[in-house]
Design a binder for this molecule. Structure first.
Ligand code: PPS
Length: 576
């Protein structure tokens, strides 16, 4: 029983990297091996498997480890490990890997990073996994959403032979492996180190919290932000990296160190907190700060939090001895103007005035250009955030029209384009259905699969235009909800997104029949015609629904302009 209990994580680091001779042999053999191109999530996991950050794991989980991790947060041998680390692949790859017994794992450039000796191929039940690991099956939870929407049907388990770590060209000095960090701590004589995990830019409250934690733990400080994958919509890691470089200068000299962690977060709340602690232990720290709603995804669509604010602290407390890393729990920090200090909320009595700015309010202030006070953040941090988060009137946006053929999408989009160009300020690109089909999608037909590819392509182009500060007007039929949802998700990450449903009824479109297509569709000459012999999924998430029957195109375009002004993407003309 004793051997089941304690498998120390901070002790030995697993080393699965091979030497140059073996690497050369593996490269030669790889010509006969099936290959798999790793997705971003896989690459993050692989990096921590190869550099020992996931010790004691030596590869992707086989079914026995996976099942026990899901059921009771332990590997098959009893070692505490709360998060499945799996390699999901399509059926063809699973079959090829099983018959070859090995699989070459490559990055997008085709560079072979590792070879997986495949011991196991199994099909997970994503819903059951979501329920077990995240205590939720709601796809709005990013971890659950990834499982239900983006996970391939087969998991491959087995041990790894590492040839090289994934390549990074950014912040190379700050990407420090567990061995690097342990050596750096030794060199500085840091015996007690408290780590701070974050996926957000840091402000004054964070600096105050971490300073207090370091004093409480009588330890030096490691600022250890996640730069792999975080919650969709988070501030990008380049901006955050520059922010952390400013922040680290705010600590007393030689008291704190900054390093970046290439982790793909799952936003798994309590389980994830335990996982984070294990990973930090592997990186050589003795203490770990766990704050409010650690690694939580926030609330669901109904406003109910996925996890309780201090569930993660409770879970860590339950495993503290076994982990061998000491939790430093923290309540939310609030600003006390009287005295110009920050204090944990539970240490401030009720009569004291306190101030705080939530993440949402900060985003709103950046978007509107409103002042961000010095009690909240440092000028150099605010300047960095403003560089990548210009106010909305300077951001790009996409207006995505959807509606039946002949509903008036193109006419309204053209009217809107002229009105926007008259105002000036940003370049405007119209991606009309017919134009796209000529220039981007000429090989595609009208099957569901082809329509989805078409809409995804339009979304990709619109997202790039939006990212670069322009205006994209898209006017395809876009009859299916799922690709529309994906586009909204991708484009909103880069700027504004407005879905306009041009809700002209089928009878009216058919009556107009400007191109004579409805008549041909009724006669069966054109197949798969939207509204006649093919479905149209009416959007339930439209930002604007246009009843074009009673409106002229310029009235419809004006409705959209009004919406964009109200949302802050356009400055009302009289105010300019
Ligand atoms: S989709 O579903 O969004 O990919 O369609 P889209 O790219 O907008 O293309 C629609 C235009 O193609 C013509 N057309 C058809 N539409 C629907 N169903 C079928 N089977 C079809 N075949 C040809 C039609 O002219 C559409 O243009 P609009 O401007 O919408 O009338």
């Amino acid at each position: 029983m004793a051997s089941l209990l304690i498998q120390p994580h901070g002790g030995e680091l697993v080393d699965v990297m091979v030497d140059d001779t073996v690497a050369a042999d593996l490269k030669a053999e790889s010509r006969d091996l099936p290959s798999f191109t790793l997705q971003p999530r896989h690459l993050c996991d692989l990096e921590l498997l190869l550099n020992g950050g996931f010790s004691p794991l030596r590869g992707f989980m086989d079914q026995a480890d996976y099942q026990r991790v899901c059921a009771d947060m332990r590997l098959a041998d009893g070692t505490l490990w709360p998060m499945p680390i799996t390699l999901d692949v399509d059926a063809d790859t699973a079959e090829a890997a099983q018959s070859a017994g090995r699989l070459a794992l490559r990055d997008v450039e085709g560079v072979m990073l590792a070879v997986l000796t495949v011991t196991d191929a199994y099909q997970p039940d994503p819903t059951a996994e979501a329920e077990a690991v995240f205590a939720s099956t709601d796809p709005d939870h990013p971890g659950v959403g990834h499982l239900l929407r983006s996970t391939a049907p087969w998991y491959l388990g087995g041990s790894l032979q590492g040839l090289q770590l994934p390549v990074h060209y950014d912040f190379t000095e700050l990407r420090r492996t567990p061995a690097d960090l342990r050596a750096a701590f030794d060199e500085r004589g840091w015996h007690r180190v408290v780590a701070f995990q974050t996926r957000n830019p840091m402000h004054r409250a964070h600096v105050e919290l971490t300073r207090r934690a370091a004093v409480e733990a009588d330890a030096n400080l490691l600022i250890h932000p996640v730069v792999g994958m975080t919650k969709p919509g988070d501030v990008d890691h380049y901006t955050r990296g520059r922010v952390y470089q400013h922040i680290i200068r705010r600590y007393p000299e030689n008291s704190a160190m900054l390093a970046m962690l290439p982790l793909a977060m799952r936003m798994g709340g309590p389980r994830e907190a335990v996982w984070h602690a294990i990973i930090r232990k592997n990186h050589g720290v003795s203490h770990f700060i766990v704050g409010r709603d650690h690694a939580g995804p926030g609330s669901d669509a109904a406003g109910n939090p996925f996890y309780g604010p201090y569930d993660a602290q409770d879970m860590l407390q339950d495993h503290t001895e076994e982990l061998g890393v000491t939790m430093v729990p923290f309540k939310m920090m609030v600003y006390v103007p009287d005295g110009d200090t920050y204090q944990p909320v539970d240490e401030v009595d009720e009569s004291t005035t306190t101030l705080s700015i939530s993440g949402t309010e900060l985003r709103d202030r950046l978007a509107s250009g409103e002042e961000i006070p010095e009690w909240f953040s440092y000028p150099e941090v605010v300047a960095e955030l403003r560089r990548t988060h210009p106010q909305k009137s300077r951001q790009g946006f996409t207006v995505f029209f959807t509606g039946l053929s002949g509903s008036g999408k193109s006419t309204i989009a053209n009217a809107l384009m002229s009105m926007l160009l008259e105002r000036g300020g940003r370049p405007v690109t119209l991606l009309d259905g017919d134009v796209v089909r000529t220039n981007l999608s000429s090989e595609l037909g009208f099957s569901k699969e082809h329509r989805d590819i078409n809409i995804t392509r339009i979304g990709y182009v619109a997202s790039e235009i939006t990212k670069h500060g322009g205006i994209a007007l898209c006017a395809p039929i876009a009859p299916y909800a799922e690709p529309r949802r994906r586009n909204r998700e991708a484009i909103s990450a880069n700027g504004g997104y407005v879905l306009v449903h041009v809700a002209t009824p089928l009878e009216v479109c058919e009556e107009r029949d400007r191109k004579g297509l409805y008549a041909k569709a009724r006669a069966g000459i054109i197949k798969e015609f939207t509204g006649i012999s093919d479905p149209y999924e009416v959007p339930i998430d439209a930002d604007i629904t246009l009843p074009t029957v009673d409106q002229t195109p310029d009235q419809s375009a004006q409705t959209i302009i009004d919406h964009l002004e109200a949302a802050g993407y356009l400055v009302p003309i009289e105010a300019e």
